[in-house]
Design a protein around this ligand. Structure first.
Ligand code: SF4
Length: 402
């Protein structure tokens, strides 16, 4: 039951410098409320915080893991004053991760080009006139050698990408990929694949082969999606994500900014991801690298402010997910990348190429790690059984127990 006196006392600090500023975190306010007045409801604390001028980023930077976010809540976090958003995202990051640890993933295109899909940003689509040539699945030795080299270079996760609409009908290639997965897992690395749509039996086979994570991005909001891809529906993407999760594989799913979408679309994408039954274990935030010959070749490069706003919001609404600074990193200077890490990005893709587009030089990344005091995140070889990527399944438990 709420105490009226308590509410009045909480209301009074509007004149008190200790309470009035943005400097007081939601958690501090909540704690001070609970210390003196244990019966104050969280909603009341939030109303009080709003009256005290706290931004939505500050208000939502504490509390339980949630998957019931509203689009309005995420919009208000996204719209928070930049420095306040950055500060609170950094706080959430520190509460959930060692902020110095950054996961290094190496991505290898094991089957390049000739894809039947029409993703407007992708040079591998057979519908666009780009310089990318179609090739067959890479041979075993080439793939395993690349994985060994990636491990020596410090990568703990090896991701294999194939330019396919779906795995279905590619029996021999799929069998080979299962073999690659098992071999690479045997090297002590996490293994990820991105192979297009999966059915249930393919997801199970990948899990049995030792796959750690399956990447399947949503790309953008449901509303903007049809401007970017017409050959595969948003729901089909969600179904593949669900199948990977059901098979017990961690889900890696995020999107791309700079496709011509509005800020509302960026919020829409984050809302879909943050309201999945369990948050993706990793959330790649890509900045479009416009490629000549694709329908998006003339798009303006993404500004770092947009990238940081996206990363910060993702960090606050999905506090336990790895947030991956992915494609487009090559355009950002090291100080700009430092801002992304401060905002909560804790994973990068290393390797000379990101499938077919350029990536940062290995030596530059090493220097950046040294300058920023970053250390490689060790691999996590044990997985949850539900594919949420959390060893303690917090959200799943929270959801199922409600
Ligand atoms: S993004 Fe993937 S599915 Fe889309 S065209 Fe490129 S390779 Fe094909």
């Amino acid at each position: 039951m709420q105490s009226l006196t308590a509410l009045r006392l909480l209301a009074r600090p509007a004149q008190c410098t200790l309470f009035a500023g943005r400097g007081m975190s939601a958690r501090a306010l909540s704690n001070s409320a609970s210390r003196g007045f244990a019966t104050i409801e969280p909603e009341t604390v939030k109303q009080q915080q709003q009256q005290n001028g706290l931004s939505a980023a500050a208000i939502h930077s504490s509390g339980p893991l949630r998957n019931d976010w509203t689009r309005e809540e995420i919009q208000s976090i996204y719209d928070s004053p930049f420095l306040d958003l950055l500060f609170n995202a950094a706080k959430v990051h520190r509460e959930n991760f060692n902020p110095l640890e950054v996961q290094q993933c190496t991505l290898l295109s094991i089957k390049t080009g000739g894809c039947s899909e029409d993703c407007a940003y992708c040079p591998q689509s057979s519908r666009h006139s780009t310089e990318v040539e179609a090739s067959k699945l890479l041979e075993r030795d080439i793939v395993l050698d690349a994985a060994r080299k990636a491990k020596v270079a410090g990568s703990t996760r090896f991701c294999m990408g194939a330019a396919w609409r779906e795995v279905g009908g590619k029996k021999t290639n799929f069998k080979n990929i299962l073999d690659y997965v098992t071999e690479i897992r045997g090297m002590g690395m996490e293994v990820c694949c991105t192979l297009g749509m999966l059915d249930e039996s393919q997801a199970k086979a990948l899990k049995n082969a030792g796959l750690t994570a399956y990447n399947h991005n949503l790309d953008t909001s449901r509303e903007y999606y049809s401007k970017i891809i017409t050959t595969r529906s948003y729901d089909e993407r969600l179904e593949t994500i669900a199948r990977a999760r059901e098979a017990g594989i961690s889900v890696c799913s995020g999107g791309i900014i700079g496709l011509g979408e509005s800020e509302d679309d960026r919020v829409g994408l984050l809302t879909t991801l943050a309201t999945l039954p369990a948050h993706p274990e990793s959330v790649p935030v890509n900045a479009l690298l416009a490629v000549k010959g694709t329908p998006l070749e003339n798009q303006e490069p993404v500004k770092v402010w947009d990238m940081v706003r996206m990363i910060s919001t993702a960090r606050i609404v999905m506090p336990k997910s790895m947030v991956r600074l992915s494609a487009g990193r090559v355009r950002f200077s090291q100080p700009e990348q430092a801002l992304c890490f401060f905002a909560g990005a804790n994973s990068i893709i290393t390797g000379d190429k990101l499938l077919t587009t350029p990536n940062n030089e290995f030596t530059d990344d090493q220097l950046m790690f040294q300058t920023l005091g970053l250390i490689p995140k060790p691999p996590k070889l044990e997985q949850s059984s539900c594919g949420c990527g959390s060893s303690d399944n917090e959200l799943k438990h929270a959801v199922t127990s409600n």
